[in-house]
Design a protein around this ligand. Sequence first.
Ligand SMILES: [Zn+2]
Ligand SMILES: [Zn+2]
Length: 366
Amino acid sequence: MATEAESYDDSVAKRLVFLGPDKQPFYIMETITIPALKPGQVLARIRLATICGSDLHTITGKRREPTPSILGHEAVAEVIRHERGPEFECKPGDRITFSIADSCDECQRCRHGLPQKCVKLFKYGHSRLETGSGLAGCYATHIILQPGTSVVQIPDTITDKMAASINCALATMVNAVYSITHEHVENKVALVQGAGLLGIFGCTLLHEAGYEKVYCADVNVDKLKLISRFGAIPLVSGMSGKNNPKLNENDVDVIIEACGASAVVEEGIQLLKPGGTYVLVGLVHPDSPIYLQGDKLIRKCLTIKGVHNYAPRHLKLAVEFLAKTSTKYPYERLVGPLYKLSQFESAVKDSLSGRYWRVGIMPGVE
Ligand SMILES: [Zn+2]
Ligand SMILES: [Zn+2]
């Protein structure tokens, strides 16, 4: 595991190139000369990257992605140099987070508040090597951010461990939670389905929004261990007992699905009160058909919405939220062991074990 001091050479970059789930080995390490920056680009060192569930889906072949590529989209970075001119808010040495999607700011989708669905969309950690700068993923010592990528400075109160997953799980949950109007929440009940990283952030955001009660349901008791520290009441799915709370039909005002299991939706519809809202966030994979009975939806006047990724404004709000609550919740405990880039295979194994919400990679450590 990574314990030694960091060392970077800002003229060359080391990158981990993913070759495909069926390839043996499935990745190789390369060293390349860092190219000269083009207008609008930012060169940054990756300080700490985390392995997301979607990276694991790509590595294990559950989800097909273009290869070869540099995986990894969740990271806290440090600005080395940039070509964004004097108006750019960040300077060399600043720690930053960045939007996982680069967008054009001109197409209809960008102009109507959905830049994450831009017609010219480019996503870090998900693109074929030849299409980008050659440094477009977080499992590398350096990353080159494109002109349409939103960059937000990280305040000192937020540590690297807290910051690494802001640009995926936290910003997405900010989008999910802020997409609902929260009126008279002091008398309302919310439920988050899933106690993974998305679910945990959902609980803190709903708790901070002022809900009377926030429940978090998961089949995995271990995942619920810390949930009361994040503002929610644990609920072990499929288990009855006096210590396990039970929700009944029409008990819940708002549900956020963050577990990725389509079977939970039918129960969620039952639990929602008339006029309730259901936000689907976790079911973002092909094995996600859901059972919906039309008349229940109509008779209960329910709203169901899907939320995928986020816009730059949510990234900014995510940083502000974390800065405001950094001492209130034990965010650092959500990141397990840290590995060097050369130990990637062990890091993936540890990540697949499911024992940690996130496993970290420190590319600057030799
Ligand atoms: Zn992610
Ligand atoms: Zn666009």
